[in-house]
Design a protein around this ligand. Sequence first.
Ligand SMILES: *Cc1c(COP(=O)(O)O)cnc(C)c1O
Length: 427
Amino acid sequence: MSEHKPGFSTLAIHAGAVPDAATGARATPIYQTTSFVFDDVDQAAALFGLQAFGNIYTRITNPTTAVLEERVAALEGGTAALAVASGHAAQLGVFHTLLRPGDEFIASNRLYGGSINQFNHSFKSFGWNVIWVDFDDPKAIEDAVSDKTRAIFAESLANPGGVVTDLEAVAKIARAAGVPFIVDNTMATPYLCRPLDHGADIVIHSLTKFMGGHGNSMGGVIVDGGSFDWLASKRYPMLSEPRPEYQGMVLAETFGNFAFAIACRVLGLRDLGAAISPFNAFQIATGIETLPLRMRKHCDNALAVAKWLEAHDKVTWVRYAGLAGDRYHALAGKYMPQGAGSVFTFGVKGGYEAGIKLVSSTNLLSHVANLGDTKSLIIHPASTTHRQLTDEQKTAAGAGPDVVRLSIGIEDVADIIADLEQAMAGI
Ligand SMILES: *Cc1c(COP(=O)(O)O)cnc(C)c1O
C-alpha cells in the first residue's frame, strides 16, 4: 500500500486535507481568524525566527490556505506552494523575489492582457525591465538573453490566442542562461499540462479561473518546482545572501528545494501583503476537487463549438489548438494530450463592429472579462481586455479588431451552439 501513488483525481480531492483534528469535520474548516495563540514565549520566538513551522498571522500562513497550497503543489508536482490574493499578486511575488532594480526578464509577447499591462507599467516603475519576444522563435529568445536577464516567463497555453508554448525548447534556453523558467499555467491547469515535468522551474496560476472554476473567488498561487540552484550565482541575493532580519539565515541553504516558496512567503507576502482570504482559499480548494471532471467537459465542449464555428459562413478563422489543422495542434498533442483547454478565439466577418454586435447579442453566453468558469463566456478583446494596448500590441497578443474570445463552459453543448447561432444570425 505504501508504494501505491495516488492518481490525479484522488489528489485533487484529498491532497493537503485530513478530517479536522479538533472536531472531526470532514470538509476543510474555514479558519476565519487573523491570528493564532502561541504555546509559550519560546515557541513564539522560534516561529518568528523561522526555526519552527507554525501559524502566526493569516497574512503569512493560515490552515485553510495551507490545504489549498498543498493541493496545488501535489497536482503540479512541485515541492511547495504559496497561495496569494490573485494571479497578479502571484506574478508580483515571484518577480519581487527574483529581481533588483535594473534587472531584466524575457517574456512571451502573447500573454494575458493584464499581465502585459502589469509588466509594462508597474513593473517598469520598480526598475524591472521586461523584454518582449515572440516565443515561436527560440533563436529570438536566445538573442534576448543578456547579463541582466534574471528569468524567462511564458504561459503554457496563452490567453487569448490558443497559442501553445514549446516548454522544453524554452526550458533549455533558460537552463543555458542560468535563469529560472516561470510558466503561467492558468489556462491549461495541471490536469491538462504539468510544466514542471517539461523543464519549468516555477509555475504560477490565477486560481480565479479554471482551478477555482466557478467564477466566484479571486486567488493566485506560486508553485516551487524545487529544481533551480539559487546558490549557483550571485544573481538572486534574496535567496543566496544572509537575511539580517532572520539571524543571518541564507534561505537557499536552510530551505533547500523549497527555498523559493519560503522566500516568497517570509519576504514577499510579509512585505507586499497580498494574502488570500481563508474563505476564498476554501472555495478554490473545493473547486479543485472537481477539476478533472470539469476540464474534460470544458475540452469536449470547446472542440465541438470550434468545429461548428469552423464551418460557419460568418466566421473567417478559428484558432484552437484542439483543431487538427491548427498551427499549434502538434505542440498541444505533446504538452496537453488530453485537450487544448476551452478558451479560444475566432474572427468574425465585419471586424470590430461585428464583434461588438455579436457579444451584445448572446443570451446564454455572458459578456464578461473572466474565463475558466462553469458558465460559457464571450468577449471582444479589442474593445475590453486589450483596449489599453497599442494596435501593434493588440495584434501581437492575438486581439485584433475582428477577434472574439470564447471561454466555453460545461453546459449542454447544444445550448451553447444554439445561442451562438441566434447571435450570429443578427450580424
Ligand atoms: C486572469 C489571469 C491572470 C491574472 O489573474 P488574476 O487572478 O485576475 O489577478 C494571469 N494570467 C492569466 C493567464 C490569466 O488568465
